[in-house]
Design a protein. Structure first.
Length: 172
């Protein structure tokens, strides 16, 4: 129960919040990672800030703290296959993560070349939020790739993935 509401109801209600599904790129030194994320949004216009909530136990969390940068890579709604393979630490081989081509952005954060749009951020502030940290990034570069401007962005409801609500027992 959360505030007297059964956990099942809390989960069902919170899973209804529309969330983008994207890949967060992070790097520190020569170490890179890509991570599936759904808690990402713009939070300010001056400066232009984007927020991404990252689990404190995630490799990406450490890389953002150490590297002071991250990227948000928006994917096409037509291709949600990459998200499953990026739900655990990625395998780097040369300039790829899990076989997906990557280039370094202005900040040095990995940008996925197959993403339809990207946002390259310098870490502006980190706010602890229980199990997660809300990383606020100042946008230093962004753009569309290929025909990305004309394609709808993937959302969590385009998959069978669920993230959020109340932490389930044994999850960790």
């Amino acid at each position: 129960m959360v505030a007297g509401v059964p956990i099942e109801i809390v989960n069902k209600v919170l899973w209804r919040i529309p969330n983008v599904l994207c890949l967060i790129g992070a790097s520190a030194g020569e170490e890179w990672n890509g991570m599936t994320a759904s808690w990402v949004t713009q939070v300010a216009m001056e400066p232009v800030l984007v927020a991404a909530a990252v689990d404190r136990a995630a490799l990406t969390h450490r890389l953002i703290e150490e590297g002071q940068r991250f990227s948000v890579n928006l994917w096409s709604r037509d291709d949600t296959r990459p998200f499953v393979s990026f739900s655990k630490p990625a395998r780097r081989e040369g300039t790829t993560l899990n076989g997906r081509p990557v280039r370094l952005g202005v900040t040095g954060a990995p940008i996925f070349e197959e993403a339809i749009a990207y946002i390259d951020c310098r870490l502006w502030k980190a706010v602890g939020c229980g199990t997660h940290t809300l990383f606020l990034g100042e946008v230093v570069d962004c753009g569309f790739q290929g025909d990305g401007q004309d394609r709808p962005v993937a959302r969590i409801e385009d998959t069978r993935m669920k993230y959020g609500g109340v932490k389930r027992r044994g999850a960790g």
